[in-house]
Design a protein around this ligand. Structure first.
Ligand code: ATP
Length: 199
């Protein structure tokens, strides 16, 4: 599994459609301060479902959309696509190439696509779960992240190991099942009350 290409349009400092293709041998992106290097890693994080505007170095989600310059008007939406080589089937999709796309409009509307088919954010999260990629993955280590990992609570640190061990998927499903069980128990209680009232 490796990153083949990144397509950016209207995201942060990239108003024009920009396509970056990566071979297996790209190890670094260099450039002067403020030229947009971090914006590229933000784009990767964002398309993989990042919801925290703080992690994206902004105040609100709208800040990811090109905000205009003296010469250029602001844009109405941002779109990023990530093309991954899936020949090894590391992602649970029977496709050699997987393209994940996220689009966000100033109106607040979000769209997600996997191989150009509309999906939910949940599907994107599930696609990357236990692969080390994705929102809870550790494939992107931002500035300050190492310190954070060393200082966080042991329970949070455990989550990093759980993702690496490939068991986050099960933890998520267990949590979902527990929530459903709780709701069902509440419903049962309510039904019990109703029955009491009727008797
Ligand atoms: P550094 O070396 O400081 O990490 P960098 O090359 O990583 O720099 P970035 O932080 O990626 O640079 O890019 C910052 C630039 O992106 C700034 O010039 C900023 O004005 C621009 N930028 C960020 N968000 C937007 C936006 N929504 N619209 C237009 N430009 C933006």
């Amino acid at each position: 599994l490796f990153l083949k290409a990144l397509e950016i349009q209207g995201f942060k400092s990239f108003p024009d459609k920009t396509v970056l293709t990566f071979g297996e041998d790209i190890t670094a992106i260099v450039g002067p301060n403020g030229s947009g290097k971090s914006n590229l890693s933000d784009a990767v994080r964002w398309v993989m479902g990042e919801q925290s505007t703080r992690a994206l170095r902004g105040g609100k989600m709208e800040d990811v959309i090109f905000g205009g310059t003296v010469k250029r008007r602001q844009l109405g939406f941002a779109e990023v696509s990530l093309v991954l080589d899936n020949a090894d089937r590391a992602l649970a999709l029977d496709e050699d190439e997987v393209m994940v796309t996220r689009r966000y409009y100033r109106s607040g509307e979000s769209e997600y696509y996997i191989n150009r088919r509309t999906v939910r954010l949940k599907d994107v999260n599930e696609l990357f779960m236990d692969t080390g990629l994705g929102r809870e993955g550790y494939s992107i280590i931002g500035q300050g992240k190492i310190d954070e990992i060393l200082s966080v609570k042991s329970a949070d640190r455990r989550e990093i190991f759980e993702e690496a061990a490939g068991i986050s998927r099960y933890r998520h499903r267990k949590e979902e099942a527990e929530r459903r069980l709780e709701r069902t128990e509440e419903n049962l209680l309510r039904i019990g009350d109703k029955i009491d009232e009727l008797e």
